[in-house]
Design a protein. Structure first.
Length: 384
């Protein structure tokens, strides 16, 4: 059964076959890049079937997929994906940021919807080969990167809700610019009470395609009211969960003058984000004194706990709401300056530069590790 470990052949990087494009494209100027609209010359594809297991990986020219109209992905949303980035430092070295976490999460997502699991290290080896082949697509400009989108879909040619007997894993790459090309621009949120992103016992904790389409209408409605994104709430208590497609952090002033960094705990509603985990690790190392961050308060408490809109509102009214920000692969850190809730706005301090002190410090620490200015085991070398 798919979604479980089996004795069938796993992904084998040694059998990777490369077919180079006969018509290489010229990468566009960095300033012309729009996120997710430009793709490199090549893609990685690895078919799977229940009878043969994982077949030989192929790197081939970027192009259309051949799918039967009856393919299960088209009818039952049997699809999942990941998002990661490759970076080029000032010496020309290309690296990935914590890709092992993406591989683990992708396998968990696959198991949840009965798609085949795989050797994450083997897939990562194939992805590195793809990146090396298209490395000239990584812009040289500071803050730019190559966005990498691994995707797994069910391709069985039959209508019926069952574990598919065929699947396809493919990876495409897109050069992207910085999220804030002209300076920080904090976003506004609409705390959504009419819709939910995910429910207990559901699939919100997995990176499945089915989790994203239902958020489009709430996003459109928030935009009509003048808000950038949705703040997803849970239950009658209105617990905070996520921001748009990002994890959420709230910074509060404590009664003793210290600062509490709060993020909702992981469960089956909240996605275990790589950037979320990175912020928590940096914050805990700073709070413990293991690796202090320059300029950050020494009186920092790091909490993974439930937090309600009632608490956020009361903290704001008392002047003790210091920052709110989202975290994700695209933006890394996304500051928030107001939250619409029950017909009124809660204003959030965002600093003179558009980003709060803690959010800015975490952004600089993570970017330093991504771009190679701060040595870190999180940075995995692709090519030198």
């Amino acid at each position: 059964m798919t979604g479980e470990l089996s004795a069938m052949p796993d992904i084998d990087p040694a059998s990777l076959f490369v077919t180079r494009t006969a018509k290489p494209k010229v990468p566009p100027p960095a300033k012309a890049l729009v996120f997710g609209h430009t793709f490199t010359d090549h893609m990685l594809a690895i078919p799977w079937s229940q009878s043969t297991g994982w077949q030989a990986p192929q790197i081939r020219p970027y192009g259309p997929l051949h799918l039967e109209p009856s393919s299960t992905v088209l009818h039952y949303a049997q699809t999942l994906f990941e998002g990661m980035k490759a970076y080029r430092d000032k010496t020309g070295k290309v690296t990935l940021f914590r890709p092992d976490m993406n591989m683990k999460r992708m396998n968990k997502s696959a198991a949840r919807i009965a798609l085949p699991t795989f050797d994450g290290d083997a897939l990562l080896d194939c992805i590195k080969t793809l990146i090396r082949l298209d490395a000239h697509w990584i812009p040289q400009e500071v803050g730019h990167s190559l966005y990498i989108r691994p995707t797994l879909i069910g391709t069985q040619k039959a209508i019926g809700v069952n574990p598919p007997n065929e699947a396809l894993l493919f990876v495409i790459c897109s050069p992207v610019g910085p999220y804030y090309p002209t300076g920080f621009k904090p976003v506004s949120l609409m705390a959504t009470t009419e819709y939910v992103r995910a429910a207990p016992g559901g699939t919100g904790g997995y990176k499945l395609g089915a989790n994203y389409a239902p958020g489009v209408v709430p996003q459109k409605e928030a935009a009509k009211l003048g808000y950038s994104q949705n703040l997803w709430l849970q239950g009658p208590e209105h617990y905070l969960t996520e921001v748009g497609t990002m994890n959420l952090f709230v910074v509060l002033r404590k009664n003793d003058g210290g600062v509490e960094l709060v993020t909702p705990p992981l469960d089956d509603v909240i996605l275990p984000g790589v950037t979320r985990d990175s912020v928590l690790a940096l914050a805990r190392d700073h709070a413990s004194g293991k690796q202090p961050i320059a300029g950050m308060t020494g009186k920092l408490e790091v909490s993974e706990r439930p937090i309600t809109m009632k608490e956020v509102k009361e903290k704001a009214e008392a002047g003790n709401l210091l920052e709110v920000f989202g975290t994700g692969t695209a933006a890394i850190i996304c500051p928030v300056n107001r939250i619409g809730y029950m017909g009124k706005d809660i204003n959030v301090p965002a600093g003179q530069s558009g980003i709060g002190d803690l959010a800015k410090a975490f952004l600089q620490e993570i970017q330093g590790r991504q771009m190679g200015t701060i040595p870190s085991e999180w940075s995995v070398i692709v090519s030198e």
